[in-house]
Design a protein around this ligand. Structure first.
Ligand SMILES: O=C(CO)[C@@H](O)[C@H](O)[C@H](O)[C@H](O)COP(=O)(O)O
Ligand SMILES: [Zn+2]
Length: 203
């Protein structure tokens, strides 16, 4: 069993090493973060969605923005579209699961907002619908994907594509880059002293 643990950790690290070596990924995260900070400064917001583990990511990341990541600061406007079970079940039941995010974007989205779609395959149909709606409404689309970007890549203004086809490894790199995206937004929004060092719990 110990070999399983160490082998899987090594695989996760190898994917993260290839993320680190790819400058276009860091550039994409910076572009997404700077745009999001500007959007938030002008009263716009970040909406986030994904399925399964990526739904958990969407909620986790919205929590960082609304509460805090590393330092105390004013709340930042972000919402996960995965959390309202009445909306999710009504939209799923009445219109189909493919529409569960699209419907919420139609309801809550405003021109100039940012939508982050998180998908390891890049092929989830409800995210595709959401991205199409964003395009119609003038909402910037950011895709965190793997698997070469999947079908979502063509509908994303900014693509962060993890160079792997392994769902769990893609998710592990996504989480790191979600935290870093939040740090970029904080720094762009509040200035260079924000988001510099990770929080150390003993301090
Ligand atoms: O967390 C995991 C696997 O690690 C699963 O729950 C996974 O997120 C689900 O199968 C998703 O439905 C996959 O969707 P996607 O990443 O391809 O968009
Ligand atoms: Zn998982």
């Amino acid at each position: 069993m110990k070999d399983l643990v160490q082998e899987q950790l090594a695989r996760s690290i190898a994917v993260m090493q290839s993320v680190l070596a790819d400058d276009t990924i860091a550039d994409a995260v910076v572009r997404a973060g700077e745009f999001t900070a500007k959007a938030m400064k002008s009263g716009r917001k970040l909406m986030i969605a994904g399925n399964g583990g990526s739904a958990a990511d969407a909620q986790h990341l919205a929590g960082e923005f609304v509460c805090r990541l590393t330092v105390n600061r004013p709340a930042l406007r972000a919402i996960a579209l995965t959390t309202d079970s009445s909306i999710m079940t009504a939209a799923g039941n009445d219109y189909g699961y493919v529409h569960v995010f699209e419907r919420q974007i139609e309801a809550l989205g405003q021109e100039g907002d940012v939508f982050l779609g998180i998908s390891t395959s890049g092929n989830s149909p409800n995210l595709m619908k959401a991205l199409e709606k964003c395009r119609e409404m003038g909402i910037l689309t950011v895709g965190y994907t793997g698997n070469g970007g999947g079908t979502m890549a063509a509908l994303c203004d900014i693509n962060v594509i993890i160079p792997s086809g392994v769902t769990m490894n893609i998710q592990e790199s996504h989480l790191a880059l979600e935290h870093i995206f939040c740090m970029v937004v904080e720094r762009a929004y509040f200035g260079p002293e924000f988001g510099r060092e990770p929080q150390i719990l003993s301090e």
